[in-house]
Design a protein around this ligand. Structure first.
Ligand SMILES: Cc1ncc(COP(=O)(O)O)c(C=O)c1O
Length: 390
């Protein structure tokens, strides 16, 4: 009763409580969304960090500027520029993970009661941030080629949409990628109905099949697209580094919100990331990640083909770290999870990826970046048996 409205609707679900059980080393978890520690360049970062602390403690241990440690910021800016994601009227800020880029954007743009369109299903961290600003959420289904733009237009006709939150590439949780035609349509709709698009792209560089598709940010001509990026899946999640690109007037507010939130992202991790990227090749490092995740994705797909009950279906991602399974309608995957955990396998039930906490009750999200190929095969076999019993 004493809680602020902005947090009263946020509650840790029973499912998230259950994930505490995942500390059990016997559990094969497809539930997380973490990168593989096998890819962490830990030795290089150990040397780099020691050198920074020895040679440059006055910078590393001091307050930094809110926009980010300048060399890292310039490095990310040049990558974004090369990818077409940083226009002349844009600015870039380093954030504490991509999560903060989302939260600062929503904080800067959403008034209580504003309509925000989200994908159904979507990323829980983005959804919770939107909820915390008391927005009116409209869920738009994700189809095989991305968000249903016709459904979005229907909403836009009846409701003034302020912002659309989308993960167009290797979406969390579905692994689905939005087609080029739909990306163009989204930009058209944004102009016609005067809304912003937050393009959340933490997985875009993890493509291992098919051709790259232009980001909406790279095709945006009037500053309607705000772009969120992350180092979590391409370098380290624990260093908490991400970035946000937005038109200058929006960025001014984002910077003030960042100052209110955490003043700046830790200088030490920014310096270490910059040193890593300047001494070694981030692109080569990402190429290794792509290779590993491709192998694991293929391992999961072939295990699903072999063991999964025939009345279940699953997506086939061209990149990223998740896929999405549809089970028969009668199966409630929150209940299924309890049984699966008893058999030492975990996944994310679909309803936890929905803004209403209810839809997608017969769906599950599977992660394949963390478990190795052996665990993937074993875990999918067990999971398939649990589903078949159900
Ligand atoms: C779609 C999406 N956006 C943003 C994030 C935030 O990641 P981070 O804050 O680690 O950069 C995640 C993390 O899983 C994600 O899946």
């Amino acid at each position: 009763m004493f809680f602020a409205d902005r947090v009263s609707k946020l509650h840790g679900s029973a499912i998230r409580e259950m994930f505490k059980l995942l500390a059990d080393p016997q559990i094969i978890s497809f539930a997380g969304g973490a990168p593989s520690p096998a890819l962490f360049p830990s030795e290089q970062l150990a040397d780099i960090t020691a050198q920074i602390l020895k040679n440059n403690p006055a910078v590393a241990l001091q307050y930094g500027i809110s926009e980010g440690y300048t060399p890292l910021r310039e490095f990310v800016q040049s990558r974004m520029k090369a990818a077409g994601n940083l226009g002349d009227s844009d600015n870039l800020i380093i954030t504490s993970g991509g999560q903060q880029a989302l939260d600062l954007t929503f904080k800067s743009l959403i008034n209580e009661g504003d309509t925000v369109a989200v994908e159904s299903p979507s990323f829980i961290g983005g959804l919770n941030s939107i909820k915390s600003y008391n927005a009116k959420i409209k869920a738009v289904p994700v189809l095989d080629d991305g968000l249903d733009t016709e459904a979005l237009e229907e909403i836009a006709k009846n409701d003034k949409i302020k912002i659309v939150y989308t993960i167009p590439t290797f979406q969390n949780p579905t692994g689905i990628t939005m087609s080029l035609a739909k990306r163009k349509k989204m930009l058209e709709l944004a102009e016609k109905y005067d809304f912003f698009i937050l393009e959340d792209n933490p997985y875009g560089e993890l493509r291992y099949n098919g051709e790259e598709i232009a980001t909406m940010k790279s095709m945006d001509t009037d500053g309607r697209v705000i772009y969120a990026g992350s180092f979590s899946k391409i370098l380290s999640a624990g260093m908490r580094l991400g970035w946000c690109v937005a038109r200058k007037d929006i960025m001014e507010k984002i910077i003030i919100c960042k100052q209110v939130s955490d003043v700046h992202t830790p200088v030490l991790t920014q310096m270490a990331a910059y040193e890593f990227c300047s001494r070694y090749s981030l692109d080569e490092h990402i190429a290794k990640s792509r290779e590993l995740y491709k192998t694991r994705c293929n391992a999961m797909l072939s295990a699903l083909e072999r063991y999964f009950p025939k009345d279940c279906s699953f997506t086939r991602p061209d990149g990223g770290i998740f896929l999405w399974c549809t089970l028969p309608e009668r199966i409630d995957t929150q209940e299924l999870l309890k049984k699966a955990v008893q058999k030492k396998v975990a996944f994310v039930p679909g309803a936890t990826c929905e803004s209403d906490d209810k839809s997608s009750a017969n769906k599950i999200r599977l992660n394949y970046s963390l478990p190795d190929e052996g665990k993937i095969e074993k875990g999918i076999k067990i999971l398939s048996e649990v589903i078949a019993e159900q």
